[in-house]
Structure formats: C-alpha cells, structure tokens
Design a protein around this ligand. Structure first.
Ligand SMILES: Nc1nc2c(ncn2[C@@H]2O[C@H](COP(=O)(O)OP(=O)(O)O)[C@@H](O)[C@H]2O)c(=O)[nH]1
Ligand SMILES: [Mg+2]
Length: 231
C-alpha cells in the first residue's frame, strides 16, 4: 500500500541533481508526488514532465511560498519535503514519514546529530557554525522538549493540516527556521534522524550566506514575543 503522504520536490534549476538522484527517489511508495518549481530554465521542468510529475508554479519566488503551495495542493495526511540538489540522501525520505507514523509531529533530517555528516567543508565552516548558533538560540528561547540539533535543514516531514494551521509567514529561505520555532512553541513532538549530507550535484546554491543569515535573525526576532522570555 502506498503512503498517505505527498512527496514534494522543491526545484529551482536542479537538472543535475534531479537526473543523478531520480532512480533513488522512492516515488512509487507515495500516494502523491509533485514538484513546486521556482521557475527553472535548465531542463528541470522538462525532466519532471517526462517522468509524469505534476509541476506547481508559485506566485512569487521563495522556498517558504513553495512549502505552502505544496501543502495547499496536497490531499494527503502527511508531507515530506525533498530538495533534489545532491545535499539530501533519498534513503531518508521514507524514514522521515515513518517518524510521523510513529507519532511525531515534525521529523527533521539533522546534519548535526550524532552520526550525521555536514556537507560544509573547512573553508565553508562559518556557515555550519552560524547554523548551529541559530539552532542553539531557538532551543534556548523556545524549546521545552529535548534539544533539536538542526532547526534549519529543509529536509523534513509534517502533518499537512497542522502545518497549514501554523500559518507560516516566511516567503524565502528561513521557512524551516520559522516552522521549527513554531513547532517548539506549540510543543510539537519533534524527531530527528541523523543524515549524511552530500555535495551539491551541480548548479548553484541559492542561499547567499549573509542575507539568508540576516533573514533567520529576523524570524527569531518576530517570534520572540512567544518565547520563554515572556512566559
Ligand atoms: N520551488 C522552489 N525551490 C527553491 C527555491 N529556492 C531554492 N529552491 C530549492 O531548494 C533547495 C535548496 O536550495 P539551495 O540553493 O541548495 O540552498 P542550500 O542547500 O541551503 O545551499 C534546492 O533544491 C533549490 O532548487 C524557490 O524559490 N522555489
Ligand atoms: Mg542545497
């Protein structure tokens, strides 16, 4: 039987990763597979169409918008978000959904848990450290449950309705950070699995470090009134 779950592929010019990973993506295990595309011009859309994957467009750019477009279109109980750029191990896709089935509200593939490997090589180190600092702050300010080791990775799964009820406002990259923080505020059961992050397959990262870092801080500040500081 197929999973009562939608597998969402998030793409913006990911033809290299997509064609490299396609055979490993467990599309036949999911009730629904769809892509939200941010306007690819590199053959990503043609590739998806040839594989029979419906493509949803987004009214404005950004991963935050894409998350919502997918959730609104899906009719399944659960959603796994997967970015086929080479960073995310397709072997973890079903494992994330399993964590939801086991009773968790949010399942995250962590790049910082025991047994994880983070893709960022030495000279990129600051990015991993900034990530961990943001994660530490989110835990300190909002989390009353077990420490969450990766609040930022986009490779994650949620119950669809609960995600829509969360009414996220972030349009771009820090969507995951807002979700993690709001999940903590709502005392969701958050589970992580240790993931091994791969190298980007081709193309370019769309996350430019400084503006994206700043956007994460902005999210932290907007969520602050709901933090433990004010309880
Ligand atoms: N649908 C959609 N996907 C996006 C958008 N921006 C980035 N992505 C995808 O999100 C994934 C992660 O983006 P990436 O640039 O690799 O960020 P990084 O992994 O943090 O360096 C990739 O699969 C991108 O193609 C967007 O605006 N819309
Ligand atoms: Mg990436």
């Amino acid at each position: 039987m197929k999973r009562d779950c939608t597998l969402v592929l998030l793409t913006l010019n990911e033809i290299d990763g997509l064609s490299m990973l396609w055979d490993e993506i467990p599309v036949d295990r999911f009730n629904t597979v769809l892509a939200v595309d941010g306007g690819s011009t590199d053959g990503t859309r043609e590739f998806l169409s040839a594989k029979g994957v419906p493509i949803l467009d987004q009214p404005i750019p950004g991963r935050g918008v894409a998350f919502r477009v997918a959730a609104e279109a899906s009719r399944d109980a659960r959603i796994v978000y997967y970015s086929p750029d080479g960073n995310e191990d397709p072997a973890d896709i079903e494992r994330l959904d399993d964590l939801l089935i086991e009773g968790n509200d949010l399942a995250i593939a962590s790049r910082f848990a025991v047994g994880s490997i983070n893709e960022e090589t030495d000279w990129m180190r600051p990015r991993a450290r900034v990530n961990q600092t943001l994660t530490w702050m989110a835990n300190k300010l909002f989390n009353e449950g077990p420490f969450v080791t990766d609040t930022i990775n986009g490779f994650r799964a949620m119950h669809r309705r609960a995600f829509l009820d969360m009414d996220t406002s972030v349009k771009r990259f820090p969507i995951e950070y807002q979700i993690s923080i709001r999940a903590m505020r709502r005392r969701w059961k958050i589970a992580e699995l240790a993931t091994v992050e791969g190298q980007r397959a081709g193309g370019e990262s769309k996350a430019i470090s400084w503006p994206v870092g700043k956007d994460h801080l902005k999210v932290l500040l907007t969520e602050l009134p709901g933090s433990r500081l004010f309880q």
